[in-house]
Ligand binder design. Structure first.
Ligand code: NDP
Length: 252
């Protein structure tokens, strides 16, 4: 059990990649507080699923884009389980569309959720982690930060900023025993990627040297590693987990 007696927060934990991270952390002995925005049935089913396997996970409703809500939910989690050691900023949204037709609301919601949510939870926890001189922050970025796709200016901007933020915060917190890293997934089979998979699933598989789409578990295993003592000497890094997609190889 690599995360025994640790308390973790996973934002956007009710579905997709976050759900995989919650299950993997709980299986490694962590108490996992996961944040969802609106899909309570998904959140409830995850808490029940984890309890059935003997793990501990509890759902907390919060809009990560809201600074006050982030601070309040962190207080509520501490009241329940005491000090927190691990934060995974995973909650994210897409509003794809060509830039010339992009509505300001589509820009705002993507930047405020993906980047703003990461800021809000780091802001709520960084001082606490620094004071206890122990902590792990893992931000979920995307290969879209560096590999550009049409229709994703808002999303790419949010994820590129998360990469820069990760490196800059890592430098500030390193002296306090807190590591800050990011994972950049490729195509992972979740609700978020459903539209793209339906339109171009076969083409995407051809672009991936390992010849399959990623699963939430592929990302969750890397998150467990980064949260564990084994990753104690890694900080400020963006780990790409994409089956080789970003190598840009031509399909054979
Ligand atoms: P999903 O759409 O499957 O799940 C999103 C999760 O985020 C849900 O739990 C959702 O809660 C939560 N969420 C969304 N907005 C908010 C908010 N404002 N406040 C709180 N929670 C919120 O997404 P994925 O699992 O696919 O993506 C997870 C992360 O991975 C994202 O940051 C995404 O950008 C990144 N990523 C995904 C890739 C992919 O191919 N899927 C590729 C690269 C990166 P609720 O259930 O209540 O709606």
């Amino acid at each position: 059990m690599r995360l025994k007696d640790q308390v973790a927060i996973v934002t956007g934990g009710s579905r997709g990649i976050g759900r995989g991270v919650v299950k993997a952390f709980a299986a490694e002995g962590a108490k996992v507080a996961f944040i969802y925005k609106g899909n309570q049935p998904a959140a409830d089913s995850l808490a029940a699923e984890v309890a059935q396997t003997g793990g501990v996970a509890k759902a907390f409703q919060c809009d990560v884009a809201n600074h006050d809500e982030a601070f309040k939910v962190v207080e509520a989690i501490e009241a329940e389980w005491g000090s927190i050691q691990i934060l995974v900023n995973n909650a994210g949204v897409i509003r794809d569309g060509l830039f010339v037709a992009m509505k300001p609301e589509e820009w705002d919601v993507v930047v405020q959720t993906n980047l703003g949510g990461t800021f809000n939870f780091c802001h709520a926890l960084a001082m606490k982690l620094a004071r206890q001189r122990k902590g792990r922050i893992i931000n979920i970025s995307s290969v879209a930060a560096t590999n550009s796709n049409p229709g994703q200016t808002n999303y790419a901007a949010s994820k590129g900023a998360i990469n820069s933020f990760t490196r800059a915060l890592a430098v500030e917190l390193a002296g306090r025993g807190v590591t800050v890293n990011a994972i950049a997934p490729g195509f992972i089979e979740t609700d978020m990627s459903e539209n793209v998979r339906n339109k171009a699933g076969d083409l995407i598989k051809k672009m991936i040297p390992l010849k399959r789409l990623g699963q939430p578990e592929d990302i969750a295993k890397v998150a467990v590693f980064l949260a564990s003592p084994d990753a104690g000497y890694i900080t400020g890094q963006i780990l790409t987990v994409d089956g080789g997609l970003s190598l840009g190889a031509v399909a054979m």
